[in-house]
Ligand binder design. Structure first.
Ligand SMILES: Cc1cc2nc3c(=O)[nH]c(=O)nc-3n(C[C@H](O)[C@H](O)[C@H](O)COP(=O)(O)O)c2cc1C
Length: 186
């Protein structure tokens, strides 16, 4: 259900790095959303490592993230690949949000994924893992296009602007498909 007439997309970045290419991709993708859409980049840097014992008295950072996720109509993820998988920080955030005690705010909502690496393969292996994980979370995955941005250092400039036309086209298609999925999910 879309919460209001201003649909809200929440972004997760798998990298905490200050100059993260993946964060630049997310911000570019957000700029392609329709004008009446709202985008918020989630801060997952302060979450404790998941521990069931902490559920007895949920940390404020987890409560805040869960509230943000509840307010979302859809999600957009951009992540690097770490050792052929997704970074632990992203898995940790998704694990916290998968729990019933925060009302499983991800389930059934649309999600689109992208990824960038400086190597050739643009997160192809990490995205296989991420797509499986989103299936476990019962999210509604936007399956295409695959946005696998290899050699990203040649496609995003020092100011964080995406300069590569092909990358912009793929992201544009992904956002179009996410918006369609959100319309259908209303
Ligand atoms: C711990 C670690 C493991 C990595 N493993 C891979 C990998 O398996 N495949 C790959 O293409 N790049 C790998 N990289 C390189 C990252 O994809 C690259 O640093 C990327 O720019 C990080 O994304 P960011 O710019 O958003 O921080 C790894 C980097 C780190 C720090």
């Amino acid at each position: 259900m879309m919460g209001s007439n201003q649909p809200h997309v929440v972004g997760f970045c798998g990298s905490l790095r200050n100059k993260s290419y993946n964060r630049s991709l997310l911000l570019h993708a957000a700029s392609q959303l329709p004008e009446n859409y709202r985008f918020t980049l989630a801060d997952i840097s302060g979450l404790p490592l998941y521990n069931e014992d902490l559920e007895r008295d949920l940390p404020q950072s987890v409560r805040d993230l869960a509230e943000l996720a509840k307010s979302a109509d859809a999600f957009l993820i951009s992540t690097p690949e770490y050792n052929f998988s997704i970074p632990g920080v992203l898995k940790n955030a998704l694990d916290w949000l998968s729990r019933k005690n925060v009302d499983t705010p991800l389930a059934l909502k649309p999600v689109a994924v992208m990824g960038a690496t400086q190597g050739m393969f643009g997160t192809s292996q990490a995205q296989v893992h991420l797509r499986e994980l989103l299936y476990a979370l019962n999210m509604s995955l936007v399956r295409r296009p695959l946005v696998l941005v290899g050699q990203v250092q040649e496609k995003i400039n020092a100011d964080g602007q995406v300069t590569d036309e092909m990358t912009k086209q793929f992201i544009g298609q992904l956002i179009d498909n996410l918006v369609k999925e959100m319309e259908q999910n209303k």
